[in-house]
Design a protein around this ligand. Structure first.
Ligand code: GLV
Ligand code: MN
Ligand code: MN
Length: 409
């Protein structure tokens, strides 16, 4: 029942002091809640037989030595959450990784390779306006870190200084080499549940683009400025939101576009909005479809702004390429599913995962776990403990297969 314990541990981390909000879960990267969750996780890693360290990106890493000292198998996911999110998006993959090692340790089993359980920091990008900084640092693909600040004005440099690090240390990072990266994650969609399947094998992850759009109108008196004379930044933003929805809906099913944040300045009932800042997230399995849709939305946003006499600026925040999982590892994982009696359902991921970044460092594999109603990024996220048990058994079988597999081990 170690899989069920992984679910219990996610639940234990679902409230204060492991959450930064009082009535729900928000765990931003490097916040007090995040650091408290790391402390608790570190204790669980130690109890499972691992030695624990924190890297310069404040990722927590637990190491379980093998009989050889070659590159490790990395298993992990992320500890951070979206605002008012669920308890399992990210942490379940971390807790299942800990349980893999706990089971091996209890059985006195050492593999030919070391295992490193890695809990990443900001997969969601819900504190600073950038995502996957910590897995990009580990994969060595981060490059120069832009000057970022959170909503309260705390800079990334200040947040990193509190954990004795600095942006340039992230830039200089790269893992010394990994055998493979395995990530278990809730599906965050309804397909497995609809097909009455507990588990699925991920074939690849959709390409993502994220922009920040700034619309600059003219603030003015809400009671005295005639409608024809206004340059309302929020009204322009509203049209942009609907244009994004319309353009994405006209494309292939996996093409999606979302405006998830909107800030209005000065934000008063009796002032015409002078400034609106919004996020735009565009994804598709085919990078060409993604890029074409993003270009169309930006062109339409430019036309809307011009028609309304509003200024517009766009900044690219994230460009994550589509990331196919490794075919050899995917087949091994599918074999593990089959041998445990699960149909090896293969599926693509529309959600982003640290695995898509880690693919630059090593071959990757991902296991999806059914979640109730496909609900995610919402407090109602729910996982059946029996499904987590099933996932753990498959992960352990996969690790054994990797140990005997000639090409990788
Ligand atoms: C993370 O959950 C993402 O897909 O943005
Ligand atoms: Mn996630
Ligand atoms: Mn998420």
């Amino acid at each position: 029942m170690l899989g069920a314990r992984a679910v219990e541990r996610c639940d234990a981390l679902g409230a204060a002091p492991y959450s930064d909000m009082p009535d729900g879960l928000y765990r931003g990267w490097l916040t007090p809640a995040y650091l408290a969750a790391q402390d608790r996780l570190g204790a669980w890693m130690t109890a499972a037989g691992m030695t624990v360290r924190r890297d310069a990106a404040a990722n927590l890493i637990g190491r379980y030595d093998g009989t050889g000292d070659g590159p490790p198998l990395l298993i992990g996911s992320h500890l951070d959450s979206v605002r008012d999110g669920g308890r399992y998006d990210g942490p379940l993959g971390v807790m299942l990784a800990v349980e893999c090692v706990a089971a091996l340790h209890a059985a006195g089993r050492r593999l030919r390779f070391p295992i490193e359980v890695i809990a990443f920091g900001d997969e969601e990008g819900s504190r600073f306006p950038a995502a996957m900084l910590t897995s990009r640092a580990v994969a060595g693909t981060l490059g120069e870190v832009p000057a970022l600040a959170d909503a309260a004005g705390v800079t990334l440099a200040e947040a990193l200084a509190a954990v004795d690090s600095a942006p340039e240390r992230l830039t200089a990072m790269r893992h010394s080499g990994a055998l493979a990266y395995l990530e278990a994650h809730i599906e965050q969609g309804p397909a497995l549940e609809a097909e009455e399947l507990a588990l699925g094998v991920v074939t690849g992850i959709a390409a993502q683009l994220r922009y920040r759009l700034t619309l600059t109108g003219r603030a003015g008196h809400a009671g005295t400025t005639a409608m024809a004379l206004r340059h309302d930044a929020l009204a322009a933003a509203a049209e942009v939101v609907l244009a994004a929805e319309r353009i994405a809906a006209a494309g292939p099913e996996d093409l999606v576009a979302t405006v998830g944040t909107l800030a209005v300045h000065p934000g008063a009932a009796n002032v015409i909005p002078g400034l609106a800042t919004l996020s735009l997230d565009v994804r598709a399995l085919d990078p060409g479809a993604r890029d074409a849709a993003a270009a169309a939305i930006l062109a339409e946003a430019g036309a809307i702004a011009a028609r309304r006499g509003v200024g517009i600026a766009s900044a690219l925040i994230n460009d994550l390429p589509a990331s196919p999982c490794d075919p050899v590892l995917t087949d091994l994982l599918a074999a593990s599913l089959e041998s445990a009696g699960h149909p090896p359902r293969r599926m693509a991921s529309g959600a982003g995962h640290d695995a898509m970044v880690m693919a630059a460092l090593c071959p990757t594999a991902m296991l999806f776990i059914r979640c109730r109603g496909g609900v995610s990024h919402h407090p109602a996220e729910h996982v059946d403990p029996a499904d987590a048990d099933a996932a753990l058994a498959v992960m352990l079988d996969f690790i054994e297969r990797l140990d005997t597999h000639g090409r990788l081990a």
